[in-house]
Ligand binder design. Structure first.
Ligand code: C5P
Length: 230
């Protein structure tokens, strides 16, 4: 299981400071660049992180018509990042088009699709998607798998079941991780490292529990140690 840290701090300087502070673990850690920093700091910021030796997950959750998504996916691939994501609810046609377009590159990033945002309660989700999260997330996951993507973004609580109905090699990446039971904030379906392991998660995403900690480096070390335990 790999640790992916969300760089959601208020400024580029603070994000870079954190990335440098934990730089000695660059080989073991992925960094997640999301809307906030990408919109503000752009590609130059990504290249700086790559130069520090990190793998980068560009979390832009693409959702648009198939051609526009595939165009964006091509541009993302040219950046040389390592993983990005799209919304499963964009549909099979869009997902297949994205994969078709980026497969012409010699090296392409991993592509994941979001099933259900971890901030949704079941009621909120049902109002939009017309069914319960656990049913719909599995349905989405099957379509994502058959569309040729590498995996899904889901909650820990769906990870094992999704692997059962797709493949053990199908990647699950799970936000909403509170490694040692920290405050959930706006996340609804949170889990700790133990639960993530039990549910065969491949990547855990941790944001606030690391960057809001008094000592982020120590927190990262504690998480990495826990990940290595059996
Ligand atoms: O601070 P926290 O650990 O809750 O951060 C979780 C990160 O994962 C945030 O950057 C959020 O945008 C992202 N995310 C999420 N749920 C998803 C996909 C991404 O919380 N389904």
């Amino acid at each position: 299981m790999k640790l992916c840290i969300a760089l959601d701090l208020p400024s580029k300087e603070e994000n870079l400071k954190l990335a440098k502070e934990i730089g000695e673990y660059a080989n073991d850690i992925w960094l997640k660049v999301g809307f906030r920093s990408y919109i503000r700091d752009g590609n130059e910021f990504i290249f700086k992180l790559k130069n520090l030796g990190y793998n980068i997950f560009l979390d832009l959750k693409l959702y648009d018509i198939p051609n526009t998504m595939a165009d964006a996916a091509e541009e993302i691939t040219k950046l040389g990042i390592d993983m990005f994501n799209i919304h499963a609810s964009a549909g099979e046609k869009a997902m297949k088009e994205v994969m078709k377009r980026i497969s012409k590159f010699e090296k392409r990033p991993l592509v994941l699709a979001v099933t259900a945002l971890t901030s949704f309660s079941n009621d909120e989700f049902k109002k939009i998607y017309g069914n319960d999260i656990d049913i719909k997330a599995k349905e989405f996951a099957k379509t994502v798998f058959h569309s040729g993507l590498d995996g899904v973004v889901c909650s820990v609580w769906e990870s094992k079941e999704i692997k059962n109905i797709t493949s053990n090699n199908f990647i699950t990446l799970t936000p909403g991780i509170r490694p040692f039971g920290e405050d959930a904030g706006d996340q609804k379906r949170v889990a700790d490292i133990k639960a993530a392991k039990e549910n065969k998660v491949n990547f855990i995403v941790v944001g606030r529990p690391v960057y809001q900690d008094k000592n982020p480096k120590q927190k990262v070390e504690k998480i990495l140690k826990k990940l290595k335990e059996n």
